[in-house]
Design a protein around this ligand. Structure first.
Ligand code: NDP
Length: 242
């Protein structure tokens, strides 16, 4: 039995790396998927492969969120799963980072995830029992010190607080939705290559994150909300890089 059969998912930053792996896993397990990204060529090709739909979507834009979630509702009739995945990294420590970088990283990660959660809650309230699963991609850097990516780590920390608080809101309101965060350690994607860390030993693979996304998206995790799931093969415990 497919694990997310009949569900409708929207994945941001879906044309590359982790988002692409999430899309492939969700589609394989029976979901209809809205693929959103800034990268139109790769996004459209992926949507075609899975018989899904592509929307050009900058997660910083509230109008783009209306368009993306509106597409899920128009094409597939509902929204069950949102993966807030889009992101970039800027290598800089506290002494070299600029306020402009800090604002950019917050705009994409913190504000983008905030807007996504708002749009998803609105749509999911229309589901019978107000059900749905929001999955926020944070990072190990939100809870462990990686001095070289301070603006990234701070923005990823905001996603954890948002996740906890939204889960509490959902529970207090008696809605049937859930909201959880995944904190991956280093996973081999183009983003990691951008900071020169893609040759480290022991890196995770995008499918490692996609399998966790699949669990959180499916009803197997029905009693899990507000969780912060560290996914790093114990590298932070032993003090390793990846
Ligand atoms: P990739 O660079 O492979 O993919 C990120 C995607 O997000 C790209 O397609 C990118 O488009 C898109 N994107 C960037 N900015 C925006 C925006 N404003 N609106 C919409 N889409 C955007 O990175 P990963 O797959 O590695 O990263 C995915 C998520 O996982 C990110 O949030 C990242 O922080 C997080 N993460 C990654 C880890 C890793 O080790 N790889 C570890 C922990 C967390 P374009 O290429 O056009 O910029």
């Amino acid at each position: 039995m497919a694990r997310v059969n009949g569900k409708v998912a929207l994945v941001t930053g879906a044309a590359s790396g982790l988002g692409r792996a999430d899309v492939l896993a969700l589609a394989r397990e029976g979901a209809r998927v809205v693929v959103t990204d800034l990268n139109e060529d790769a996004g459209q090709a992926l949507a075609k492969d899975i018989d899904g739909v592509f929307v050009r979507h900058d997660v910083r834009s509230e109008d783009d969120w209306h368009k993306a979630v509106g597409t899920a509702l128009e094409r597939f009739g509902k929204l069950d799963i949102l993966v807030n995945n889009a992101g970039i990294v800027v290598p800089a420590d506290i002494e070299t980072a600029t306020l402009e970088q800090y604002r950019l990283l917050n705009a994409i990660h913190a504000e983008g995830t905030f807007l996504g959660c708002q749009a998803a809650i609105r749509a999911m309230k229309a589901n019978p029992g107000a059900t749905g699963s929001i999955i926020n991609i944070s990072s190990l850097s939100a809870i462990r010190g990686f001095p070289g990516v301070i603006t990234y780590a701070a923005a990823k920390g905001a996603i954890l607080a948002l996740t906890t608080t939204l889960a509490a809101h959902i529970r207090e309101k008696g809605y049937g939705m859930r909201c959880n965060a995944i904190l991956p350690g280093m996973i081999n994607t183009p983003l990691l290559a951008a900071v020169g860390a893609d040759t480290l030993p022991g890196l995770g693979q995008p499918t490692d994150v996609a399998n966790t996304v699949l669990f959180l998206a499916s009803d197997e995790s029905r009693h899990m909300s507000g969780a912060h799931i560290v996914l790093d093969n114990a590298s932070s415990i032993i003090g390793g890089g990846a």
